[in-house]
Design a protein around this ligand. Structure first.
Ligand code: SF4
Length: 403
């Protein structure tokens, strides 16, 4: 028989448990209502506001976020296909005057492992890319201390002379900013000269989080927010197209993640020059920030879904299978992405941080097909190729995978 005292405690615990349960249920119902109301307003065509986006980034209801993001994707892309691209990442130098705590790729000037690709080797890489069916190179490098602007112009001219058909998606905003410093020429002139020499489109590299508190805390000697945006603005005003990126999951707050999205959305309202948005989680291995835990698949999918809802003026979102692997990269197509990104024939930056995922062209295509879509190859401007590629790239594993 229970003693009265024991029974008293049992009854009190039971009543406390049920009180806590009902408080929790109320709280949960409140959160669900708030989430549902934000999502239904967004799906009704209302622009997602910053505080609501932060609420979504706090939400544990990944399924609802995914459904909403996928609804938006299907509205923007009712077609029965999903796209991918083939290109090669050529990092012409790893020598860099900047210091980014999250970067495992760069080497300081005079470091014994620093390199500058020989021109012949660089051209050979492009030749291989074309032979494997690629139509573009993503050409980026560190901020080299002594190469003049003329060196970059000559590089572009050389490539276009040998391979006029290739699109050079090159020089991220930190590099362009660096070129203005070394040449002492205004930004507009630098961009015009690079365009005349053969630059085709601008990558969104070096965006990380477009909040100076974050940038200043983890980078030294690199472009800050306003200049990063201004480089894209001026490129767009010249008639150029570019991509936008976000690397999250390090020292930024969720509010700062949303500020980043807001800054991209505003610029896109102004110019309409971004072709796509790509986000990925910080890869900490072998970096000076390796003590930070990596963001997982849940965080990646949630962030991309919220980005799809927030960036209502971006037509395309790319999956980052390179950082997330095949399965999550494929799942990303149900969480706001409409494009598998690129089959990169070579990549050095993410792999330097220890993240190396390999996919063949057939694996990228089958990842799309398994979701019920037809895979279609596109170029950087999202123009479709009429014929699907039948080349050795179908069977060959890539050298490494990339952004
Ligand atoms: S991220 Fe770019 S700018 Fe920063 S250290 Fe690496 S190569 Fe240099």
């Amino acid at each position: 028989m229970n003693s009265p005292q024991k029974g008293f405690f049992l009854d009190t615990r039971a009543s406390k448990d049920s009180h806590e349960r009902s408080l929790l249920e109320e709280h949960f119902a409140f959160i669900m209502t708030a989430l549902d109301s934000i999502l239904s307003q967004t799906l009704d065509g209302q622009r997602l506001h910053g505080p609501d986006a932060v609420t979504l980034l706090h939400s544990a209801n990944l399924a609802s976020l995914g459904r909403a993001a996928d609804t938006v994707t299907r509205r923007l892309h009712p077609e029965n296909f999903r796209t991918y691209n083939i290109d090669r990442n050529i990092n012409y130098t790893n020598i860099c005057t900047a210091v980014c705590d999250f970067c495992a790729f760069y080497r300081a000037p005079r470091h014994p492992e620093g390199y500058l690709l020989d021109r012949g080797e660089l051209l050979r890489k492009i030749e291989e890319t074309l032979a494997l069916g690629g139509d573009q190179i993503l050409m980026q490098g560190g901020l080299h201390p002594s190469l003049p602007l003329e060196w970059y112009e000559e590089l572009l001219r050389d490539i276009k002379t040998h391979f006029p058909q290739i699109n050079i998606h090159g020089f991220s905003p930190p590099e362009i900013h660096h070129f203005t410093k070394i040449s002492h020429r205004p930004l507009r002139e630098v961009l015009e000269r690079l365009a005349v020499a053969g630059l085709g489109s601008l990558p969104g590299g070096g965006g990380e989080i477009l909040v100076d508190r974050v940038r200043s805390a983890m980078t030294r000697g690199k472009v800050l927010t306003d200049d990063w945006l201004e480089i894209h603005r001026q490129w767009h005003l010249l008639g150029g197209r570019s991509t936008a990126t976000m690397m999250f999951g390090h020292i930024e707050t969720l509010e700062e993640r949303v500020v980043h999205l807001e800054r991209l959305r505003r610029l896109q309202d102004e110019t309409g020059g971004f072709t796509a948005f790509i986000c990925w989680s910080f890869q900490p291995d072998h970096t000076d920030m390796s003590h930070l835990p990596p963001a997982g698949a849940f965080e990646y999918l949630r962030t991309q879904a919220v980005a799809r809802l927030y960036l209502d003026n971006f037509q395309n979102i790319q999956s980052s299978w390179v950082t997330q692997g095949r399965e999550i990269g494929q799942l990303a197509l149900l969480y706001g992405a409409n494009d598998m990104g690129s089959l990169m024939i070579e990549e050095n930056v993410v792999s330097a941080a220890g993240t190396v995922h390999h996919l063949t062209l057939d694996q990228i295509r089958s990842a799309i097909q398994q979701l019920g879509y037809t895979p279609r190859r596109r170029n950087v401007f999202y123009e479709l190729f009429e014929e699907e590629l039948h080349s050795p790239a179908s069977e060959l594993p890539v050298l490494a995978a990339a952004l």
